[in-house]
Ligand binder design. Structure first.
Ligand code: ZN
Length: 219
């Protein structure tokens, strides 16, 4: 009887609260951690929330250049943020998003380094690739072409991703090391975290015909 009552109560219980937010651009509903958060400065200017935890009301947008472009309008954001706001030119939104994503991607590299889940330097990375312990490779944008092609070919053979991002100097700095031509993640969870941010970075590439020309309107 008690069991029956408990089962009945469970059926009648309100659903567990799961936070859901709506994209201002496309109205899709997603958990907040899957969305870009926009906030309003005390001066009334909309800006990208770099931490995701800035105080005050937030407006949410998919990690998608199209959604960001549709959302980046004073009228829509005034409604979403429930206060009069000004928006800077769309190019400024792109600049802020790019900075946020670069920070997140660099943080993934730093965390993996602290967890000893990356290998870097040509010798160490080559050995790890030969041993099959690498799950994801990031090669520097300014890596010499022949070596870049060699990493690409090696990763293709191993069926692992190889993306080109950051300069050698930036890659080294993320790891607290001298410049690095390429870095390999050796633990899937770090590779997956990086891949998720990289996918967002790709979807938010704002450089496109006419996008920068669209200026924000003030109200
Ligand atoms: Zn959207």
């Amino acid at each position: 009887m008690n069991t029956e009552r408990a089962a009945g109560e469970a059926r009648n219980a309100p659903p567990r609260h799961l936070p859901i937010r709506t994209c201002v651009g496309c109205r899709a509903q997603r958990p907040p951690q899957e969305l870009l958060r926009l906030v309003c400065s005390p001066a009334g200017e909309v800006m990208v929330d770099r931490t995701g935890r800035a105080p005050g009301r937030g407006a949410y947008v998919c990690y998608d250049a199209g959604c960001l472009r549709r959302a980046w309008q004073a009228a829509k954001l005034t409604k979403a943020l429930r206060r009069p706001v000004r928006v800077s030119p769309f190019a400024e939104a792109c600049r802020q998003v790019e900075a946020l994503l670069r920070e997140r991607l660099q943080a993934c590299l730093g965390m993996a380094q602290r967890a000893r889940a990356v290998v870097s330097g040509h010798g160490a990375l080559s050995r790890a690739l030969a041993q099959g312990t690498v799950v994801y490779v990031v090669r520097a944008e300014n890596l010499a072409a022949p070596r870049a092609a060699a990493y690409e070919a090696w990763c293709r053979r191993l069926s692992i991703p190889c993306v080109s991002l950051f300069t050698k100097e930036e890659l080294g700095r993320c790891l607290g090391k001298p410049p690095r031509g390429a870095v390999g993640f050796t633990e899937a969870r770090f590779g997956q975290a990086f891949a998720a941010w990289y996918a967002r970075w790709q979807r938010l590439q704002c450089a496109g015909a006419g996008l920068e020309a669209q200026h924000g309107r003030s109200i």
